[in-house]
Design a protein around this ligand. Structure first.
Ligand SMILES: NC(=O)c1ccc[n+]([C@@H]2O[C@H](COP(=O)([O-])OP(=O)(O)OC[C@H]3O[C@@H](n4cnc5c(N)ncnc54)[C@H](O)[C@@H]3O)[C@@H](O)[C@H]2O)c1
Ligand SMILES: O=c1ccn([C@@H]2O[C@H](COP(=O)(O)OP(=O)(O)O[C@H]3O[C@H](CO)[C@@H](O)[C@H](O)[C@H]3O)[C@@H](O)[C@H]2O)c(=O)[nH]1
Length: 469
């Protein structure tokens, strides 16, 4: 089956970049990305490419080439569904904030709405592709909704989870480790799988395209994130042990990572992982395990989250303790607010939780992030509901210049590993800071020796001064 028209519901961090690359690589397929958020669609259509709703290296060039040729962004959801033979669902699936499973389960209301909209509009057979990250067996629910339209339209449901990481999305999409496609084990199922394989095969070697049954595909996405996050929590657990024993976590990472069975990636100790996926997907996995009565399985994975919460709080507590047990009225500068470098996404960023803990201690925080807006930073803090929006704006300021942000500061805390932080004039920052001047490097990106030579009290994660005595 040759696909000529694709619709993608959801123009977010996944739908936007994924469909842009898919359109770029398949000029003969018309790809229409739809969203109910008018502002977002307008930003995707902005003639000024710097105004795209997502900051992602390389994205501008891809959009520039494909947009208007065979890539379109629109709010006309029904028209795009009607015209497409294949529909990707790429809507958000956040952790539930209400009712049964609150704080654990994935909220599937946007998925269900999308399925109902497809059911309502479809007049011809469609392949529906789950691109969002979903609990295992969601395809069954989607199929139930679609199969009860009573209008004779036939649907095939595929699972095609996305593995891109933000900040490297374009690179990950251009050259993924693998593409995973799960489908029904029937002739129609195989035909649908083949149609999607053909689309990816225009730029991805066939041996990297893995096909499985639907449930394995859905579950693999949650498991991949759980394994990745588990590595970060494991090394972060060891970072605390390093600090009390004189071992250096960077050396430990290197030593264990050289074992080819362990491998070197994802062993970077930090202030804690953030992002919209890790916590949400592990909580979802824990919830699923619990719902099947698998207590030990649930407890095992929950520990990854508990360790991460501990790492964020430990970082904040260390700042308070090093600043002579009080930060009340003291200026503390945050360099970075995004959950990792090269993205403007702040969802679940460790910075939010560290800031909240320090504001509880009445610190006065000034934030500088090269890509995150002031509006976003306040929205993140207000969302926690710890204090009033007025109080958040009184205690936390956002600076547009890093040197301004660091002026007269008691401590600089590095929350995101932006490359530009490494090339700052740290002597200048030291001069303008209150002495003794502290730097808490939550990403271990600065050189400890030169920072100490400048005069800073420099603290990093998983490295103590014990070996220097
Ligand atoms: N962000 C990532 O790096 C990443 C990577 C892999 C997988 N995922 C998964 O992909 C999914 C989407 O994530 P995201 O980060 O792109 O989310 P997002 O919030 O950035 O985008 C989702 C978009 O869907 C739109 N939407 C919701 N309901 C809609 C409807 N009924 N009709 C039309 N549009 C609708 C929203 O307005 C929003 O713009 C999630 O399940 C997530 O877990 C995310
Ligand atoms: O060694 C490491 C690696 C990562 N992190 C942190 O972990 C978080 C997540 O980073 P990363 O995984 O690179 O970014 P995401 O965009 O969250 O991507 C993850 O989540 C996506 C959404 O499901 C998946 O598609 C990706 O495969 C998966 O890597 C960030 O806060 C990083 O700073 C560390 O602290 N140490």
């Amino acid at each position: 089956m040759r696909i000529k028209n694709i619709c993608c519901i959801g123009a977010g961090y996944v739908g936007g970049p994924t469909m842009s690359v898919l359109a770029l690589k398949n000029p003969n397929i018309r790809v229409t990305v739809v969203d109910i958020n008018e502002e977002r669609i307008a930003a995707w259509n902005d003639s000024e490419l710097d105004n795209l709703p997502i900051y992602e290296p390389g994205l501008k060039d891809v959009v520039k080439e494909a947009r208007g040729r065979n890539l379109f962004f629109t709010t006309e959801v029904e028209k795009a569904i009607d015209e497409a033979e294949m529909i990707f669902i790429s809507v958000n699936t956040p952790t539930k904030t209400y009712g049964k499973g609150k704080g654990m389960a994935a909220d599937l209301k946007y998925i269900e709405l999308s399925a109902r909209q497809i059911a309502k509009v479809a007049k011809s057979d469609k392949i529906v592709v789950e691109k969002s990250t979903l609990p295992v067996r969601t395809a069954q629910a989607i199929k139930d909704i679609l199969d009860h339209t009573g209008n004779g339209v036939r649907f095939q449901i595929l699972s095609n989870p996305e593995f891109l990481a933000e900040g490297t999305a374009i690179q990950d999409l251009m050259d993924p480790d693998r593409v995973l496609i799960g489908g029904e084990e029937s002739d129609d199922g195989k035909e649908a799988i083949d149609a999607l394989v053909d689309i990816y095969a225009t730029w991805i070697p066939k041996e990297k395209i893995l096909t499985t049954n639907v449930w394995s595909s859905e579950l693999s996405k949650l498991v991949a994130n759980a394994f990745l996050a588990q590595r970060v929590s494991s090394i972060n657990a060891i970072s605390e042990l390093c600090e009390v024993t004189g071992a250096d976590v960077r050396e430990v990472s290197r030593a264990i990572g050289m074992d080819s069975r362990i491998g070197p990636k994802f062993l970077q100790s930090s202030v804690g992982f953030g992002g919209s996926c890790f916590q949400k997907d592990i909580l979802n996995l824990v919830y699923i395990a619990k719902s099947y009565g698998l207590k030990e399985v649930a407890d095992y994975w929950e520990q990854v989250i508990l360790m991460n919460d501990h790492q964020k709080i430990r970082f904040a507590e260390n700042i308070v303790s090093k600043l002579y047990n009080t930060v009340s009225g003291k200026k503390i500068t945050f360099l970075g607010w995004a959950f990792k470098k090269d993205t403007n996404d702040t969802r679940e960023s460790a910075a939010i939780y560290v800031a909240d803990a320090l504001l509880n201690e009445q610190a006065e925080i000034t934030v500088y992030d090269p890509k995150v807006s002031e509006e976003r930073i306040y929205a993140d803090l207000d969302y926690l509901n710890t204090r009033s929006p007025e109080e958040n704006r009184r205690l936390l300021k956002v600076a547009l210049n890093p040197y301004q942000a660091c002026k007269s500061t008691h401590a600089v805390a590095i929350l995101t590993e932006w490359d530009e932080f490494k090339s700052y004039n740290w002597e200048k920052i030291y001069e303008s800071a209150v002495k003794p001047a502290f730097v808490f490097d939550g990403r271990n990106i600065l050189d400890s020796q030169s920072m100490r030579e400048i005069g800073f009290q420099y603290q990093s994660i998983g490295i103590s001064n014990l070996n220097k005595i």
